[in-house]
Design a protein around this ligand. Sequence first.
Ligand code: DQA
Length: 146
Amino acid sequence: MATKRILVLNGPNLNLLGKRQPEIYGRASLSDIEKQVRALAKELGVEIDFRQSNSEGELVTWIQDAAGKFDALVINPAAYTHTSLAMRDAISAVGIPTVEIHLSNIHKRESFRHHSYIAEVAVGQIAGFGVQSYLMGLRAAAAQLV
Ligand code: DQA
């Protein structure tokens, strides 16, 4: 069986992790998180591509291009979670199993963070566990593929 491929996407401002509101998002940088995700991917026997963009259009293009190249998507859409119909439509259009993740628990923060445009097109959502949200998200995505 071919090795399964999982695309891990990160939305706007996540390039600032470590320096950005560490009391909410923790002290790990995005590259620290990437290292942990890569180590787990190796253990699970899946291949990953790990990317970040501050641009909604670039994220939409990456989601579109995932069709036929990746078997699952793990996405922290960051602020676009709460605004992006375009990312939601891209996920519906490609139809690959998607796990939505957040470092913080968006449901116990400001009310504008409670609604996710992505949730209805995702298999599920993991929020509030810091770096562990990424690791649980990867496990959940890999489990969709067995
Ligand atoms: C976030 C939560 C979002 O509300 C916020 O805009 C982010 C990060 C998280 O990982 O907790 O940028 O997705």
